[in-house]
Design a protein around this ligand. Sequence first.
Ligand code: AMP
Length: 612
Amino acid sequence: MATSSERVIGIDLGTTNSCVAIVENGVPTVIPNRGGYKTTPSMIAVTEAGKRLVGHIAKRQAITNAENTVYAAKRLIGRKWSSPQVRNAVATSSYRIVEGPHQDVRIVLREKEYSVAEISAMVLQEMKVIAEDYLGEPVTKAVITVPAYFNDNQRKATKDAGEIAGLDVIRIINEPTAAALSYGYGRNIEKIVAVYDFGGGTFDISILEIGGNGVFKVIATAGDTFLGGEDVDARIIDWLVQGFREEHNIDLRQDRMALQRLKDAAEKAKCELSSVRETEVNLPFIISSGRNEALHLQRSIDRQTLEELSADLIERTVDICRQTLEDARLDKDEIEEVLLVGGMTRTPKIQMAVQGFFEREPSKGVHPDECVALGAAVQGMALLDQSQQMILLDVTPHALGIMTQGGYFEELIPQNTTVPTHRQKIFTTSRDNQTAVKILVMQGESERADENELLGEFILTGLRRAPKGQVEIEVTFEINADGIVSVRAKDLETAKEQSIDVTASSGLTRDEVQKMVSSAKDQLVERRSTEEFEAAKQEAERLVGEIERLFPQVEQIVASSDFGRDAIEKARAILEKARNAVKRHDLVAVKEQVEGLSRTHRMFRGVVAKKN
Ligand code: AMP
């Protein structure tokens, strides 16, 4: 039996609402707030008198204090000022978002700037107090959940928020995984489940294998950290604003208070349309006309309109599900249960889309708003009480790697690798007498380094002066059970670990990264590259030779049939590109061209064989 000082709470820090839970006498339980609600709005405000408000009380005054009320801060956490998502939030939020000193994001409330982690910390602190009021004792240990698709920066910032709130964050776990834990806990089942999690700000899908022996293993995960109920609300707002403009020639977006009222009304209408077919948006005195008369907004909206406005967003979630199944190498019929998580899954159209895709009725076995916090509490208990036989094996949602010469992303840990994990690789210098090297650590799926998320910058100094390629450096990449990344580097000559300066990712703009891509002066070159390049080059040259050999015959066939001129031109272009890539010593380009060459070769062989 755990002592009271070992109590641990599970917190679902949501975009729209947050929820806190605990395991009491073996039973996972959601803790209600003082108002008796099981979830608390993730909103904070500062009043004119300088008082800080959190939760329902902040939400209630949002319309009259729109500029100083923050909602959906989770959409900004761990993001850089230059990211498109932040630009979008700057344009559409009723509170002020400004650039921080490290190209990070700050929120201004009553002239004071707050980091996003500080804002989230206020919500977390409220959840801590809710738990303490209920338990009648202090609580410090917590498991906090994050969207599965959160990258390292977003995870770290969330952990920082926990610390700011005075919490000892013993683990960060993924929301869909937490939902599966809450579903599988105490049930002795063996099943492959898909968790479709559509919340206020993010969408995640995870596929897990629940083993009868208490093992929860994630097979694959994916998502979109900027796709949620907020986007559906935005579509309704656009529709209302547009209608109002057509009628009165006035843009309601100009008025922050009107915008906040529209936001509330849009969300309310959306939720109502989950249970009724038609509802009314009624906002009296929304704005004054040029002649100073009060104007009202009154419009009815039906479910079909909402479905049309949000169809592409729902389709996007289905596309991600399709991709995740492929990544998991599973067929739909191998999924034995589909869990719906997140407030948005109450939408009939979403339930139909999920059912249509997976060809099975989603389970009713979890509560969409509470299961994530419950799962976090279960995980917290298992971490403290080792007698609990429960093992959670999650995966990294993004590939981890570094930028190599030419601005390419060299993957070291692939997406969907089970965490914790670590990989080592040996690198070497790229120019003579290089005494320092720079490594940019990145996370993402793109081949182009600058399209991925920059996590940090390494500078390793004090290397021996030597011709390029002689000094060897061993780099170790590690992802811990929180999904958080750390990197170490060792000079193999001296066998000493070198000191590494890791600059926070938000300290670099995309432009700066771009510049580094083009200069690439002090970067490391991977040892393996030369061999890999040689192999790719040989293959490319072999295929070029084969295609050239077949060219006269194919040209003759084409000339007589006047069919396939395009293919001949394309083949010429591929040959040209392949020769250039080999000349440039560009490994990624050569690899790409090998694919094109193989296709062309197969096609040429087919044409010749058919003729003979
Ligand atoms: P969560 O992040 O899981 O708390 O989900 C919050 C999102 O679910 C918000 O965008 C809510 O507007 C939305 N939501 C809550 N209830 C409903 C409902 N009955 N129908 C449609 N969406 C809902």
